[in-house]
Write a protein that binds this ligand. Sequence first.
Ligand SMILES: [Zn+2]
Length: 328
Amino acid sequence: MSFSSSVKSELCRLENIEACCVLSELAAVVWLNGAAAPVPGDGFNIRITTENAAFARWIYSSIRKYCGVIPEVTIRRSRKLKKHATYMLFLTSASGSGILMEKTGITAVSDGDRCELMLTRKTDQEQACCIKAFLRGAFLAGGSISDPEKTYHLELTSRTSEQAGEIRRLMGFYGLNGRTIIRKGSYVTYLKEGENIVDFLNVIGAHRALMELENVRILKGMRNNVNRIVNCETANLGKTVNASVRQVENILYIAENIGLDKLPPSLREIAELRLEHKDLSLTELGQMLSPPLGKSGVNHRLRKLDRIAEKHRGGPPELKDGDNGEEI
Ligand SMILES: [Zn+2]
């Protein structure tokens, strides 16, 4: 199952959704996935099509439960790809399309051959829960999300620029900055970057998918760190690493044989910092001191520690009480 389908099946299985929210979600689905055909003198027929079986079931049972009308369902299987099916939910004017439109705040305007669905409800005048539900419906209707192992990309497809505008506007309530492009005649509103996608999944209530994506992000981050360290070493920064290893060895030697508390404060401070941060450069170490110290100052103090350890190994320590390292 693709990551997209697993997010959608999670969304179709959400429980304890308020009635106001289900209707808001249905509004998005009918508006974005629905098509209307006028019935002469008597309203419109509404048709909703999808290729996702779980989503088709969700639409069917939601319309039935929250609008009190029963859509007719047709499944069309393509001859070439036997597994590939299209689910069509159909409500005639006689079987209650008018009730569905009224409950979801959708109207239809027919203009010759063309018939357009319009959204008349103002989602943001309702509760915040309904804005989230509308975005969830928009994702179910035309959304897709890339496998986070490969790339971070989430998009919502719509037919008109007005629909894309409404999606962007509602995303804006949650600080999400969607961008829209036109692709093959569709308006595609997309989000990039893992953080924005995580936020969007949170808004629409796809918490399991969110955890999965966060796990991938953490693993990717760790892999990048390892790669960075490997690259550093191959880029001949092995010297820095070797220097750090030597410094740490000497500091540990001092700690065991002399005692870090015998060191003047300025040397003790850098010794402890080096032990804590073995992989930092001298410049970075210096920035952690207060007041900060430049690279050569840090180097000077660390050399001093080297000398103390070396001298001790060769004989008694020469560190005197008066030596507080202040000449640095
Ligand atoms: Zn609600």
